[in-house]
Design a protein around this ligand. Sequence first.
Ligand code: PLP
Length: 401
Amino acid sequence: ADYVYGPGRTHLFVPGPVNIPDQVLRAMNRQNEDYRSPAIPAMTKILLEDVKKIFKTTTGTIFMIPTTGTGAWESALTNTLSPGDRIVSFLIGQFSLLWIDQQQRLGFNVDVVESEWGRGADLDVLEAKLRDDTAHTIKAIAIVHNETATGVTNDLTKVRKLLDTYRHPALLLVDGVSSICALDFRMDEWGVDVALTGSQKALSLPTGMGIVCAGPRAIEASKTATSRRVFFDWKDYLRTYNLGTYWPYTPSIQLLYGLRAALDLIFEEGLDNIIKRHNRLGTATRLAVQAWGLKNCTQKEEWFSDTVTAVVVPPYIDSNEIVKQAWKRYNLSLGLGLNKISGKVFRIGHLGNLNELQLLGCLSGVEMVLKDVGYPVKLGSGVGAAAAYLSNFTPFIPSRI
Ligand code: PLP
């Protein structure tokens, strides 16, 4: 039974953890197995190859670690860097803030480049730093591809271009937690050295698997990086890859079968179709926000996120109240405003295994709640704007054409 029961389906619209497809739930409903039997290594070998496809890499090495996004961050940092190493990092919202905090607590020397929340990474500052750093003291650029707290997507191609322009060898470390498998992401083409995600986001699995993809330069760096690491040491994984046993310690059998099922669904729909679907859901959400007369927290179109929209409420409304009432009345889960934008924004997560009608359900719930909290909204306005767009642009379901 639910801990706090609500009838019908929960409309889960937080930007992670997200809805798990029924096919994946069924695939995970199974016994434990001996991970040293031939079956699990055989399955793992194929999973490691297939996971590369969602990073768009052929040269990367995958590490599937029993952890969350936060552990994946730590894995990326400690395997490639040494204490005191200089990192350039962009503070644009709560998740980039937390990653920077981790970088500092791990003993790195972080140049924090701050932007107003709602804006993207300040690449002019990055350019100036790269231009000045002829001695190559900057060892890594750490950037969150999609800042989940504000709904801001950074343009990684611009970062790559700057590194190339100044022929700077810094490693490019990318948090793709709320982007990979939902937004356009190209590890090899964009020269990303380490990219990472968590199972509970666009992969639409339960929480518990941090997936890290290390490019050749990162693997090379890990051979000399002296940061202390034990649980996250890539060396332990690489040893078992060579042995063909694949696991230095016990994997979650259920998550492996879940991942297999999730990837099967992803490949059936097609990664590029998934990216287009997220663009449709993101665009429809933004049209609804506009129709309600509310502001998107994201200040410029170039940063609009197709996985999460942070909506700014007028000063006389507490956005926490919106989130509370949505859950209490309509069994709708929305994202809170985090840290300094608490009370000022609420977030609609539109990532993972989700379709157009689910989104319209969410948007109609948001409208009702806006009315409930005293905002003068015309019921149907946002839903109407979103539906008008979706009815024009929703293609046939790829497997049903
Ligand atoms: N990075 C981003 C962009 C996130 O959105 C999150 C969580 O929402 C994290 C990192 C941290 O991931 P986790 O909560 O799985 O540790």
